[in-house]
Design a protein around this ligand. Structure first.
Ligand code: SAM
Length: 337
């Protein structure tokens, strides 16, 4: 049995164990190495080995010390999987060979959440955002950290997915390159980033089996045209997950501010502080109007209002039902019939 790998020398240790050679470029695919290393093992053995080989790496990825608001954190990338895992209707098999789209994925860590879908069997995952990739090196390392966590931590793992199939699915990725911050380690046929306006990007009708967005819909001036396009892009049977954050986003810098403070502003502008102020529960009608079946709506964050506060709101918010005002962060699961 190999010595326990030392932090920072994982590749060298696996290499020594297997007698593998580094390529001329000095790069090596952890996925390929592991696949060979773990050959001929039973499933139970695989999980035992997983702990042995990746144990120290799991310790290095200290999830508790990571801030979920940090877009590069494993926790942030894991939000999608956590949502899918808790949804009883979600069919994991539907991800086998699926084409997936993350709309408004952001330019910081645009491909983090989608890499879990690659591990779960998706054939092509595309992130689209109008922002340029901010820092390719940080984005590459975020993907590496998340893939390593997916491989070594059962609490982060892809639902019911076995280690060896995840490794196979990562075969075209050079995780070692990614760990060095080289975005070239991505298998671009499986995972790619488009810097484009979603409304005008060249995408094929009915091409996607899975669509998602996180904190995107509240930022667009006209959510209806976006939802119409999402529907046009969805294949029959496609599943979608949308997380809509209806807070006044200034609270992220000023925690003492009431999360509905922006509803007091009288204006005809479509965006206030970068947000359209549409209440998250009101999206249901738009999804249904554009052919989505709403499978579930869950309120992830809630705030209480009282009449003194509501009286200060501008129209139409002043006259809204209180439960519609109080739902702050809402998660929608949709299906295209
Ligand atoms: C708050 S960020 C969310 C980023 C990411 N989903 C996350 O959760 O970290 C909203 C993103 O929507 C993008 N966005 C807004 N309108 C867009 C459009 N029409 N096409 C593409 N991206 C858009 C912005 O560039 C921004 O990166």
């Amino acid at each position: 049995m190999a010595d326990q790998p030392k932090p920072g020398s994982l590749l060298t240790n696996i290499q020594a164990t297997n007698g593998e050679e580094l390529s001329d470029e000095g790069s090596i695919s952890i996925a390929n190495l592991l696949a060979r290393y773990l050959q001929h093992k039973t499933c139970e053995d695989l999980y035992a080995k997983q702990k042995e080989v990746f144990g120290h790496l799991g310790a290095l990825i200290d999830l508790k010390s990571q801030n979920p608001l940090n877009r590069y954190s494993v926790q942030r990338s894991s939000v999608l999987l956590h949502l899918l895992k808790r949804h009883p209707d979600f069919e994991w098999n539907a991800l086998q060979g699926a084409r997936c789209l993350d709309v408004g994925c952001g330019g910081l860590n645009p491909l983090g959440p989608l890499s879990a879908l690659v591990c779960a069997g998706a054939i092509e995952c595309v992130g689209i955002d109008q922002d340029e990739l901010a820092d390719p090196s940080l984005a590459a390392r975020a993907i590496y950290n998340y893939c390593a966590a997916l491989l070594c931590r059962n609490d982060v793992n892809v639902h019911q997915s076995e280690l060896h199939s995840m490794i196979e699915r990562l075969n075209g990725f050079d995780l070692e390159k990614l760990s060095r911050g080289d975005i070239g380690g991505i298998d671009h046929s499986r995972l790619s980033y488009k810097t484009e306006d979603f409304l005008f990007a060249e995408l094929e009708q009915s091409n996607f089996d899975f669509l998602m967005s996180t904190s995107f819909l509240e930022h667009v001036a006209d959510p209806e045209v976006i939802i119409e396009r999402m529907s046009w892009l969805s294949a029959p049977g496609a599943f979608s997950v949308h997380v809509i954050d209806g807070c006044d986003h200034r609270v992220y810098g000023e925690p003492d501010l009431h999360p509905l403070e922006f509803l007091k502003t009288e204006t005809n502008e479509s965006l206030v502080g970068g947000c359209n102020r549409m209440r998250p529960l009101a999206y249901r009608k738009l999804f249904e109007k554009h052919g989505f079946e709403v499978r579930s709506v869950s309120i992830d964050r809630h705030v209480s209002v009282d009449s003194a506060l509501v009286e200060q709101f501008s129209e139409p918010y002043r006259d809204m039902e209180w439960p519609d005002l109080e739902a702050l962060v809402v998660v929608y699961f949709l299906r295209k019939p």
